[in-house]
Design a protein around this ligand. Structure first.
Ligand code: NOJ
Length: 524
């Protein structure tokens, strides 16, 4: 079981890798029905993970290493063990009754509406409370009742939680399903054509934007660069974009369509184009994520999809790491903030979870396996005892562990480190404009520019070498970003290979071809 002291002991490894900030999933007191996303005290630390003092030591050390710390804030729901819900569910006359969403059932005894909860798609998002004869709303597990943000005291209490952690020095929050803190007051049925999709993927109402403006004002009161990044789990990038407001709501919002995109140039050109179209007019800064704690890791997803499309398993095995490496180049060079999920820097695939070790109600254990830090049998988790860690390790942990890959300059870990160093060293890659190139099918390419600095990125999604006989021609449309100017089409020549996903040809002149499954960054 990981804990805050363990994170603290590995901060030096994150600093070595070159990340700027660390996002920690919930460590608050919790019955752990949803592994911390069922919070029973927003201002404490679960004894499993340490103490508030340990948190303070961790954040002090992180800051000393130049790392920012972002924590998870879970505003949509609490645990059913939270004292607020214990009180609210004690009876209809509880002073906190309306801190949660209670309704009478329909005349036929069915739930108040047709909303479906996450995880178990046959389950209504409502549970009947025998004691009071009413239903309460939970967009997730029954043990995670939804807070009622129409209640001013709830807003005040949740703002106080933000202040508590901001005062303790956190650099920001990842706000869990934050698009759900506003609900249509009539709680209407979801339309029949989407009934069956969890309501949390559909909830998109205007009042949430006002609530986010108030949250943003609170965060902006604090000195330093504090950030709020929202999990807006709507599967339309255009819808996600609205949660940036006019620069007065979220600083950043996760954009999930690319995470669900298959590994094809057509799909990625589409996602990138949609992201530019939706965010650029608002001056909103994109985010990119390939893997997280809720989904199969991208290496596993891409392998699975390739096999489903008839790829020979031996070919899949050969291409698996190459694809993950190319994806890393894409992730780190697109315009926006990349979010890495623990272990992707080792090229991990999902762990196989025997049924007797499955613990998560959402079936997400495979991606949540612990990081193998060393090549010892316990992979650096010596305090876990005979039972081993809480989940099995990912496959190939004897090779894919931090220590082994750190000792190997050609490893995936070193690729991530070199990408981060390149990004930090080149303003074109971190803050530059973005222009998508029109390239043959199988390739995605773009140009990033800042002042007189330029970088070109090419990603080959296929198992074949692709030639660019016509060279690289940047179209005349303006790219995105403040310094983008309309200009004539530009022929770029004389490029050097700054970095490749497989290390081949780095430092050489670009010869106009991208190898199978290779991604490259070119520049001067
Ligand atoms: C989204 C989180 O990422 C997920 O892990 C959690 O189960 C739900 N929100 C509910 O809090």
């Amino acid at each position: 079981m990981g804990d805050l002291a363990g994170i603290r002991s590995h901060l030096v490894d994150l600093a070595w890798l070159g990340v700027d900030a660390l996002w920690i999933s919930p460590f608050y007191p919790s019955p752990m029905v949803d592994f911390g996303y069922d919070v029973s005290d927003y201002c404490g630390v679960d004894p499993l993970f340490g103490t508030l003092e340990e948190f303070d030591r961790m954040i002090t050390d992180a800051h000393a290493l130049g790392l920012k710390v972002i924590i998870d804030w879970v505003p949509n729901h609490t645990s059913d063990q939270h004292p607020w819900f214990v009180d609210a569910s004690s009876g209809r006359d509880s002073g906190r009754r309306d801190w949660y969403v209670w309704r009478d059932g329909a005349a036929d005894g069915s739930p108040p509406n047709n909303w479906v909860a996450a995880f178990d798609l046959s389950a209504p998002a409502w549970t009947f409370d025998d004691r009071s004869g009413q239903w309460f709303l939970h967009l997730f597990e029954e043990a995670q009742p939804d807070l009622n943000w129409d209640q001013g005291e709830v807003v005040g209490a949740m703002h106080d939680v933000l202040r508590f952690w901001l005062d303790r020095g956190v650099d920001g929050f990842r706000a869990d399903v934050v698009h759900c803190i506003g609900k249509d007051p009539d709680l209407p049925d979801d339309p029949p054509e989407v009934a069956g999709i969890p309501h949390c993927a559909l909830n998109d109402v205007p009042v949430t934007h006002h609530r986010l403006q108030a949250i943003r004002s609170l965060i902006d009161e604090y000195p330093g660069d504090r950030v709020i990044v929202g999990e807006v789990y709507l599967l339309s990038t255009a819808a996600v974009a609205t949660y940036y407001g006019d620069g007065d709501e979220l600083h950043l919002a996760f954009n999930f369509p690319p995470l669900y995109a298959p590994w094809t140039s057509e799909a990625w050109n589409g996602c990138i184009g949609e992201t530019v179209d939706a965010l650029a007019p608002r001056g909103a800064w994109p985010t990119w994520v390939l893997s997280n704690h809720d989904n199969a890791r991208h290496r596993t997803r891409y392998d699975r999809a390739a096999r489903l499309h008839g790829e020979d398993p031996a070919v899949t095995m050969r291409r698996s790491e190459a694809r993950a490496r190319a994806a890393a180049v894409l992730l780190m060079t697109l315009r926006g903030s990349p979010f890495l999920y623990q272990g992707e820097e080792l090229g991990l695939a999902d762990a196989a979870i025997p049924s007797d070790r499955a613990v998560d109600p959402g079936g997400r254990d495979g991606c949540r396996a612990p990081i193998p830090w060393t090549d010892a049998d316990d992979h650096g988790w010596p305090t876990t005892g005979a039972a081993g860690p809480w989940l099995p390790f990912a496959p190939e942990a004897a090779l894919r562990n931090h220590a082994a890959q750190r000792a190997d300059p050609s490893s995936v870990l070193h690729l991530y480190r070199r990408l981060l160093a390149l990004r930090h060293g080149r303003r074109a890659l971190s803050v530059g404009t973005f222009t998508l190139l029109d390239l043959p099918v199988g390739l995605v390419g773009y140009v990033r520019e800042h002042d007189d600095e330029l970088a070109v990125v090419l990603v080959n999604f296929t198992d074949d070498r692709i030639e660019l006989p016509g060279g690289i021609r940047v179209p005349h449309e303006p790219g995105t970003g403040p310094s983008a100017e309309p200009r004539d089409p530009l022929e770029i020549g004389g490029l050097q290979v700054l970095l490749t996903s497989d290390g081949i040809a780095e430092g050489e002149a670009f010869v106009g071809a991208v190898l199978a499954d290779q991604a490259m960054v070119l520049g001067y």
